[in-house]
Design a protein around this ligand. Structure first.
Ligand SMILES: [Zn+2]
Length: 424
């Protein structure tokens, strides 16, 4: 253990924020060469280190999210956890690299695939094209001991827009607002019963027979359940605040969108949330989030949504259905930032990983996540390789509170060693 921790501390002294990790890249290549490993670096900054005729490839990303004082990192231990003073620690994913360094010290016949810029959109993983010898790949970027990840969702952002025109309104003008709802991640929190501010607003408008929409500004980020939504509308009946909806009468009389009623209808009819559930993995199988809707002063309407599914077929179906839905409201649709699903798959390899996890930690759970993972992207490129993902317990990654549980590092390393031994 102590050597893994020493290796990790060495890494913390080499800056490796996303897009600024060349010092660490050079260090890792030299480290591997000194120990007799073959080294390859591609144009995206991905690194492949290998020795002998390996059957197992270990995989991690070598960039980190720099928060607070990072990349100035001063580590300290407290009650069995390692932290950095007022900085993110980079145990995500540096602790995995420290383990690989330990295995290279021991001269193990393995491959190590180190990807660049994972934290800013899986940049390196998308470019990986090395010839890999291994039949198995173990990603080390999971963050909970006793868990083996065997799948992740694929996704695509479905964005739509149209050009509308303005005309004069009738009735009384109101601002209708839903503000400060809980929000959450549009993948992993989509089944937690969190209300979307956009849907709450839309239902209020439909219930009150609102057809005149002057403007709409709703949602925050594509990968988040909307917390806020504000519309300026006209009503023939008197509107009042109700539940999470706050209503305020306005004296100004802005113009309304000619087809604003169709935007309101579209929001009300959008099938927000989980469309299908995966009972084996106890996560959503298919889901969609209406993330952002905005109107602009020229009459432009823009809609952004993110779709996810645990299989390629599921994603294609949801994507087609959503494109047709938006088109039926006269919007032009395009697909952006697609990433592949890694379909949950229980194989001999995931069993083996799970058994060793059970031996070391006393428990093991096979898990999948309803969000994208780096190894999903890599898995799609190497259909002949079987994947699994594990990692030591890390709390609050990407923040100055990031901490890694030290005995978890030691035990995760022994799981890795046992897997290497069993694969021969
Ligand atoms: Zn990570």
């Amino acid at each position: 253990m102590s050597t893994i921790l020493t290796h990790f501390k060495t890494l913390t002294q080499l800056p490796h924020c996303s897009q600024d990790a060349t010092k660490l890249l050079a260090f890792l290549v030299d480290f591997a060469k000194d120990r007799g490993y073959r080294t390859l670096v591609d144009d995206a900054g991905n690194i492949l280190l290998s020795k002998g005729t390996p059957t197992l490839c270990l995989q991690a990303h070598y960039d980190m999210v720099c928060m607070g004082k990072a990349p100035q990192i001063e580590t300290y231990e407290e009650e069995g956890w390692l932290y950095a003073k007022n900085a993110s620690l980079g145990a995500d994913n540096g602790m995995a690299i420290a383990m690989m360094m330990q295995l290279m010290d021991e001269g193990r016949e393995i491959e190590c695939l180190l990807t660049s810029d994972e934290e800013i959109g899986l940049i390196g993983a998308n470019a990986v094209a090395f010839d890999l010898q291994s039949r198995f790949m173990l990603n080390l970027d999971s963050e909970e001991e006793g868990e083996v990840y065997i799948g992740c969702a694929g996704g695509v952002d479905i964005v739509a827009s149209k050009q509308d025109s303005y005309r004069k309104a009738e009735g009384v003008c109101y601002e209708v607002a839903v503000k400060g709802l809980m929000g959450g991640h549009s993948g992993v929190d989509i089944d937690k019963g969190i209300e979307s501010a956009i849907k709450v607003l839309g239902e209020y408008l439909v219930t009150h027979h609102i057809t005149q929409l002057a403007s709409l500004y709703a949602g925050e980020r594509r990968n988040a359940i909307a917390s806020n939504a504000v519309a300026i509308v006209y009503s023939q009946e008197v509107l009042t605040s109700q539940g999470e909806v706050t209503v305020r009468r306005l004296l100004e009389r802005p113009l309304i969108l000619s087809e604003g009623h169709r935007v309101i209808e579209m929001i009300a009819n959008f099938k927000q949330g989980v469309h299908a559930y995966n009972h084996t993995m106890e996560i959503p199988e298919v889901s969609i989030n209406l993330a952002i809707i905005t109107t602009d002063e020229q009459g432009g309407i823009s809609v952004e949504s993110s779709a996810r599914a645990m299989s390629a077929e599921g994603l294609a179906h949801l994507s087609d259905e959503t494109v047709a839905f938006f088109e039926s409201y006269g919007l032009e649709v395009s697909l952006e930032d697609k990433y592949p699903a890694w379909r949950p798959d229980i194989s001999a390899f995931t069993h083996l990983v799970s058994e060793e996890m059970q031996e070391v930690f006393g428990s093991s759970r096979l898990k999948a996540i309803h969000a994208g993972l780096e190894c999903g992207v890599i898995a799609q490129k190497y259909p002949q390789i079987t994947f699994a993902s594990i990692g030591p317990t890390i709390r609050y990654p990407h923040s100055t509170r990031e901490a890694v549980k030290l005995d978890s590092v030691e035990r995760t390393f022994s799981v890795v060693e046992r897997i290497i031994k069993r694969l021969g």
